[in-house]
Design a binder for this molecule. Structure first.
Ligand code: FEO
Length: 386
């Protein structure tokens, strides 16, 4: 396992998790990487570690450059174990290293996870002089944990951004311009939608804190390193965090005997006939994390469920629970569904959409049993008249 030099005397020494397919429920179809960086200067500095099962891989990559015992500092940008999990292991191999973490939450979190180690706390704006370079700490609380921080090196114009601007994407090519660009932007959007959407206000604050810094490279905690498309990923974060919406619709449904599915098809077609692109998601065939990626920037959301045991389908309940947690902004939504008798599911879906912060633009669309062509025509008209 070799380190990859990304700038003179600065190395990527992380790990590639080719096989991971779930990151606490977020479906990671393309795996991920846990990025760590080694800076050789008067003081040798390791920025972040990797998930504990990859500790040996990290050590091997570091050892391909220097003796790990020479490391002076290990910076912990974020306590979540995909980045901090190998700190105890590295502390054993780097007996002289101080572990730099944010105050007060990084220190509190690391102690809670790993007990006493040689920690040193830093605050927003503190600078670490490592010789020819300085490292400046910018705290980014709740982006997405209380302890989160990023490290800026003004001498190299590199931002070591940890979770921000990253994506779950396993690749052997370290830079943005060596990978398929639409794929990495889509994965970055998926990462934002599923990990950071709830924290748009904090993302805006972080972007403000970074405003004015000259950034040539963003060395992320996951996926690729941005060097050719820095401006674009910063712009995307601006749009996503301010909740900029496109005239697009997401139609999500479950169905028992195809009647709610027929309504979903009609709604999708009706949006399209209005010139609004619409995506059709049978919840049985699509993962929540993919649907949420589309929800992030789509203005309209239609959610359908038939009634089962006086409730909505559990699949739709899970989707709405996830939606409510991520708290999308300013979406226009409505509930729909077919039913045999009680038909309670449609009102329940509408209640959950309201609880998620959506504006209801069409009162509960309910059709008993199998939709007739007249009822579907009427549904089409209702969408057209929205
Ligand atoms: Fe990649 Fe929040 O850890």
């Amino acid at each position: 396992m070799q380190a990859v030099e990304i700038r003179k005397d600065i190395y990527w020494v992380g790990a590639i998790d080719w096989s991971m397919r779930s990151f606490h429920g977020y479906q990671t179809g393309r795996g991920s990487t846990y990025n760590a960086y080694l800076i050789l200067d008067d003081k040798i500095t390791l920025i972040d570690t990797v998930k504990d099962v990859f500790a040996e891989e990290l050590l091997e990559r570091v050892s391909s450059v220097i003796d790990p015992a020479r490391i002076d500092y290990i910076i912990s940008s974020h306590v979540e174990p995909d980045h901090s999990g190998s700190i105890p292991f590295m502390a054993q191999h780097c007996p002289n290293a101080k572990i730099i973490t944010s105050l007060p939450n990084g220190l509190k979190g690391l102690k809670a996870h790993y007990g006493e180690l040689p920690y040193e706390g830093v605050k927003a704006g503190d600078t670490l002089d490592i010789g020819h370079r300085k490292l400046k700490f910018v705290t980014t609380p709740m982006l997405h944990w209380p302890d989160s921080m990023v490290t800026y090196c003004p001498d190299e114009k590199i931002l070591f951004s940890n979770d921000a601007f990253g994506e779950h994407y396993a690749t052997s090519a370290r830079f943005d311009d060596e990978n398929d660009l639409p794929t990495i932007f889509w994965e970055a959007k998926k990462y934002y939608a599923n990990i950071l959407m709830l924290y748009g206000r904090q993302a805006q604050a972080a972007l403000k804190a970074l405003d004015g810094l000259e950034i040539d490279m963003i060395a992320t905690g996951h996926g690729i390193i941005w060097r050719s498309h820095v401006k674009e990923i910063l712009e995307h974060y601006q749009e996503w965090s301010e909740g900029k919406l496109e005239d697009r619709a997401v139609v999500v449904f479950d169905s028992m005997w195809h009647s709610t599915e027929t309504m979903a098809r009609t709604i999708t077609e009706a949006f399209q006939s209005r010139g609004i692109q619409a995506s059709f998601y049978d919840i049985k065939e699509n993962h929540l994390s993919d649907i949420m990626t589309d929800v992030l920037s789509s203005r309209y959301l239609a959610v359908g469920s038939p009634t089962i045991n006086n409730q909505m389908m559990p699949t739709i309940a899970a989707f709405l629970c996830y939606l409510k947690g991520l708290a999308p902004k300013d979406h226009k939504a409505f509930a729909f569904g077919s039913y045999g008798w009680g038909g309670q599911s449609i009102a329940l879906v509408e209640d959950e959409l309201k609880a998620a912060g959506c504006e209801i633009i069409l009162d509960k669309v309910r059709i008993a049993n199998v939709p007739s062509s007249e009822q579907l025509q009427d549904l089409t008209e209702q969408i057209k008249n929205l």
